[in-house]
Design a protein around this ligand. Structure first.
Ligand code: HMG
Ligand code: MG
Length: 296
């Protein structure tokens, strides 16, 4: 049976955009509950500038408090050498560098061009790998940019291939503003799979236009087996105005389990965690499947 690996990004992609400070205790409990639900990877935070993303400023404190489960990966975002230094000091085993397929988004998100970002990632990835730390890569705006509109799929393939060349074991394709539709999403993955083996690609779809589950279903036909999602559909991107959260983990689990695909993740635990974190943040639960599961 095909197994799909879910990368839970709620504690990072979800919380980075929360307007109010989330208490450290809540963050620690969130990550631990998600790992306890069977998620093989829980993106725990980001070593980025606290001026740019204040919500991630306590990532080192979170990692110090976290009871890490063997076999679970807790990646953190790292944009530059300073971030890597902090990540290594915190004893991380995996980092993620994050680039974009759109110049304007790259400038707004990490204050440099795409080419500059890749040059910046090169020594970061090399140093991480030398320290035995795995490196994942992201490409943002793969199906559209909030500033430039359409994005060339060829550019996405090129940036993804460059990230693999830098040593990323996997590249996650971000539909940052959730504008993709199934046929376009599938065609994009096929195009990128011409440059990077499909086994090394992941889907990272935001659900702004309500298409994320449909897009994932369409993309499964390409052979991709890794999906990023966020419990309760938390989040958005601070540098993509109007972006809503990632596709909800509960919705993805309901889809995949319904298709007979294995994830190793317990929907009940994730749904309970989704209800709990939504209440803690005083926001509505963004997962339809989670809501239905709890109401059944
Ligand atoms: P910059 O201003 O160009 O950096 O920002 P700088 O090197 O000139 O440094 C300026 C100040 O930031 C200095 O402090 C540095 O020490 C500090 P000051 O002297 O002014 O007090 N600094 C740092 N502090 C802590 N950690 C660091 C760090 N680096 C510099 N690593 C920078 C460049 C990349 C740092 C900034 O633009 C930044 O932090 N951006 C992060 C943006 C971000 O986190 N965005 C959200 C995540 S991406 C996303 O959500 C998309 C994704 O989900 C996929 C998708 O959906 O598409 C992944
Ligand atoms: Mg994202």
């Amino acid at each position: 049976m095909t197994r799909i690996r879910i990368v839970e990004v709620g504690p990072r992609d979800g919380l980075q955009n929360e307007p109010r400070t989330v208490p450290l205790d809540t963050k620690v409990e969130l990550v631990e509950r998600l790992a306890g639900a069977g998620l093989p990877a829980v993106e725990a935070g980001a070593f980025v500038s606290p001026k740019w993303v204040p919500q991630m400023a306590d990532t080192a404190a979170l990692l110090a408090r976290l009871r890490r489960r063997p076999g679970v990966s807790y990646p953190v975002l790292v944009p530059n050498a300073k971030g890597l230094e902090a990540a290594l000091a915190a004893g991380v085993e995996e980092i993620a560098v994050f680039g974009a397929a759109s110049e304007s988004f790259s400038q707004r998100n990490i204050n440099c061009s795409i080419a500059e970002s890749l040059e910046r990632f090169r020594p970061v990835a090399a140093q991480a790998l030398a320290a035995g730390v795995r490196v994942r890569g992201y490409v943002s705006c793969v199906l559209g940019c909030p500033y430039e509109g359409e994005v060339d799929p060829g550019r996405v393939a090129e940036v993804a291939a460059r990230l693999i060349d830098l040593g990323c074991y996997e590249v996650s394709l971000g539909d940052t503003i959730g504008v993709g539709t199934p046929a376009r999403a599938r065609a994009l993955v096929r195009r990128v799979a011409g440059a990077v083996p499909v086994e090394r690609l992941a889907l990272h779809f935001h659900d702004t236009w309500g298409q994320a589950v449909a897009n994932i279903l369409a993309c499964l036909e390409t052979g991709v087996t890794v999906v990023d999602s966020a419990v309760a559909g938390l989040g958005g991107c601070p540098y993509a105005r109007g972006a809503s959260g990632n596709v909800a983990t509960e919705d993805v689990l309901y889809l995949l389990h319904g298709l007979g695909l294995e994830t190793g993740v317990d929907l009940d635990s994730v749904a309970r965690t989704g209800e709990w974190i939504s209440a803690a943040l005083t926001r509505p639960n963004g997962s339809k499947a989670g809501h239905a599961w709890m109401a059944r």
